[in-house]
Design a binder for this molecule. Structure first.
Ligand SMILES: [Fe+2]
Length: 323
C-alpha cells in the first residue's frame, strides 16, 4: 500500500500533522544555512501507533541513519504489512542516501520494529542500548522462551554503553543511557539534536509511562535531568505524540528550553518527589498498549518473528493472566 493510500483511512487530524502526507508532499530535505555542517531530520508518523520514526542524514556525505522504524501489524488477523517501512525505503532511495545505522531508542512495547526488514533492503548496522539484555531476561521469563532464546543482546549488531559514540558523516553521535520507561532506553545526540525515545513527550503531553517491567519513575526523573542539561536550544525529537486535548496537530519536535519551561509533568521547579507522585498516579490508570504482547516478542528478537513451527507458521504467545 502506498503512503498516500494509507492516509485515506487516517483520521482527519493526521492530515495536519508531520505525518505521511506532509512528508510525501514535501519530498525535499529541509534547507539549511550551511549544508556541510548540518544533519537533516525527516520524520515519519504512524497514526496506528502514534509513533515517529526518523531518517537523519548528513548533507555532505549523504550518510543516513534510521531511528525507531515501524513494521505494521494487525493483531486481530495476525497480518503484517510493510507500508510504513516501504515509505522509509522510498525516501532513502529517492534521496540517494547511504544508510549506515538502523537504531532503536528502546525495545518498543507499542509497535513492531522494521529494523531487519530495512536492513535487508538498505544495509546498515542495527543498534540498541546495552541494557536490552535486562529487558530480554525479563520477557524471556514472561513468555517462557526457554534455552533457545539467549538474552545476550546478540540479536542486535551493536549494543551501546552510556557515553559511547560513533562517527556519522562529519558528525559524532553520542549515546546517553536514559532509563526509566525501560532499563534499556537511550538517547542519541547529534549536531544539536537529541532523539529522546520514550522519556519526554511534547511539553503539553508530559512524559513516558514507567509501569513496564524494569520501569521506574525516579530513574526516569534523573534521566530527564540529563536530557534537560543539554544546551537550551537543543532540538528534541519525540518517539510518540498522542495529540493532547487543546491541540489539533501532531508534533514531534521541541527544545530543551520549551520542555524546561512548560512540560506538564516535569518543568523547572518540579521536584523529584512531585514528579514521581504525578507519574505513578498517571501510570495507575493506563491500559496496556494494544500491541504490547506481539511487540515485545518481536522486538527483543531484534525485529524478528519467533521461529516457524512445523507447519511453516510463526506464532506469538499470549499469556493467560489469572490474577
Ligand atoms: Fe516505549
Amino acid at each position: 500500500m502506498s503512503q498516500n493510500r494509507r492516509l485515506v483511512y487516517a483520521k482527519p487530524a493526521i492530515f495536519k500533522s508531520h505525518g505521511f502526507l506532509n512528508i510525501a508532499n514535501s519530498i525535499k530535505l529541509i534547507p539549511q544555512r550551511d549544508m556541510k555542517m548540518t544533519v537533516q531530520v525527516h520524520p515519519f508518523f504512524d497514526p496506528a501507533t502514534y509513533t515517529y520514526s526518523y531518517v537523519v542524514s548528513d548533507a555532505a556525505s549523504r550518510q543516513a541513519l534510521i531511528l525507531d522504524s515501524v513494521y505494521d501489524y494487525d493483531p486481530a488477523s495476525g497480518r503484517v504489512s510493510t507500508s510504513s517501512a516501504d515509505a522509509v525505503i522510498e525516501f532513502v532511495r529517492s534521496h540517494d542516501l547511504d544508510v549506515r545505522w538502523i537504531l532503536e531508542t528502546h525495545a518498543h512495547a507499542d509497535h513492531l520494529s522494521a529494523a531487519i526488514y530495512l536492513q535487508e533492503a538498505l544495509g546498515g548496522t542495527t543498534g540498541i542500548g546495552s541494557r536490552i539484555t535486562e529487558v530480554q531476561s525479563v520477557f524471556s521469563g514472561v513468555f517462557n522462551l526457554g534455552p533457545d532464546f539467549v538474552s545476550d543482546g546478540g540479536q542486535f549488531d551493536r549494543l551501546f554503553e552510556d557515553g559511547d559514540s560513533f562517527e556519522f558523516g562529519e558528525h559524532t553521535v553520542r549515546i546517553m543511557h536514559t532509563p526509566g520507561h525501560t532499563p534499556a532506553c537511550i538517547t542519541y545526540v547529534v549536531n544539536g539534536c537529541a532523539f529522546v525515545g520514550d522519556t519526554l513527550f511534547m511539553p503539553d503531553y508530559g512524559t513516558a509511562r514507567t509501569d513496564f517491567p524494569g520501569g521506574d519513575a525516579e530513574t526516569l526523573y534523573n534521566s530527564i535531568q540529563k536530557i534537560l542539561a543539554l544546551p537550551e536550544e537543543t532540538k528534541l525529537y519525540m518517539c510518540h505524540d498522542y495529540l493532547p486535548e487543546g491541540r489539533n496537530e501532531y508534533r514531534c519536535e521541541t527544545t530543551v528550553a520549551a520542555e524546561k519551561q512548560g512540560n506538564v509533568h516535569i518543568h523547572d521547579g518540579i521536584s523529584e518527589k512531585d514528579f514521581v507522585a504525578i507519574r505513578e498516579s498517571r501510570d495507575a490508570d493506563l491500559a496496556a498498549p494494544r500491541l504490547l504482547l506481539p511487540s515485545v516478542q518481536f522486538n527483543i528478537r531484534g525485529g524478528r518473528f519467533p521461529d516457524e513451527e512445523s507447519n511453516g507458521t510463526a506464532y506469538f504467545k499470549i499469556p493467560v493472566r489469572k490474577v
